[in-house]
Design a protein around this ligand. Structure first.
Ligand code: C5P
Length: 223
């Protein structure tokens, strides 16, 4: 039987890819399937936590989980920040759009109005993870992800280290993504960094196995 070592903890997990509307029928999105985030939510629930899954676009089932559905980065921010107020652990596994269209057209954008090239004006979305970490709330453990396209492990680690220091999350889960790896796959391989960028662990296997190792580290950090 699974050890209920997260019993009594309030855990918030964000998962999936946000979609930023351009007009009523189009959006800017990403290839996140939500598999790693949903695996984390399931693992935490199996280990006794009370779990809220804040779900952007997913390609996996969420049966049995408590889910708050969102579409955009702004909606995800609102849902995560409100759930985080009473949380012990927040895991930001969602692939949040870094930019959103500056304006959303009320009518469908027409090629007749735009000639051979169309320029989209994008504005930066606030960084939810960085904001949560900056709160420095006593008792709140903040976990982030860094999906990077890096040609080697050393370069992946360097990108991860910089991100760990910039974001300030208690734990940063670094994984390599590309056309063939990461998003949408059933397996994952990750390096875990603390807020100073020091390697504290590694995990490889199914997304569920990786989820359990991440949660082991969350418990270690809190004790
Ligand atoms: O900077 P980057 O997008 O690679 O960082 C990834 C981490 O930051 C993930 O944990 C993601 O959920 C989070 N993030 C966020 N808000 C954003 C962009 C990313 O919380 N606007």
């Amino acid at each position: 039987a699974t050890v209920r070592d997260l019993a009594g903890l309030e855990v918030v997990v964000s998962a999936g890819g946000t979609r930023e509307p351009l007009d009523p029928v189009r959006f800017l999105g990403n290839r996140s399937s939500g598999k790693q985030g949903v695996a984390l939510a399931r693992a935490a629930a199996d280990r006794g936590a009370h779990v809220t899954l804040v779900a952007a676009h997913l390609e996996v089932e969420t049966e049995g989980l408590t889910v708050v559905r969102v579409e955009t980065a702004s909606e995800l921010a609102l849902a995560v920040e409100s759930a985080a107020e009473v949380a012990d652990v927040v895991v930001m596994a969602a692939a949040v759009a870094d930019y959103r269209p500056a304006t959303v057209s009320e009518a469908k954008i027409k090629k007749d109005d735009n000639g051979d090239a169309l320029t989209l004006h994008l504005v930066k979305n606030p960084d939810i993870l960085q904001g949560l970490a900056a709160l420095g709330r006593e008792g709140l453990t903040v976990v982030g992800f860094a999906a990077e396209t890096a040609p080697s492990r050393d370069e992946l680690l360097e990108l991860g280290r910089r991100k760990a220091r910039r974001k300030g999350a208690d734990l940063l889960v670094v994984n390599s993504v590309g056309w063939a790896a990461g998003f949408g796959t059933d397996d994952n391989a990750v390096i875990l960094l603390d807020s100073s960028g020091t390697i504290v662990g590694e995990a490889e296997g199914s997304k569920r196995q990786v989820a359990d190792v991440v949660l082991d580290h969350v418990i270690a950090l809190r004790s």
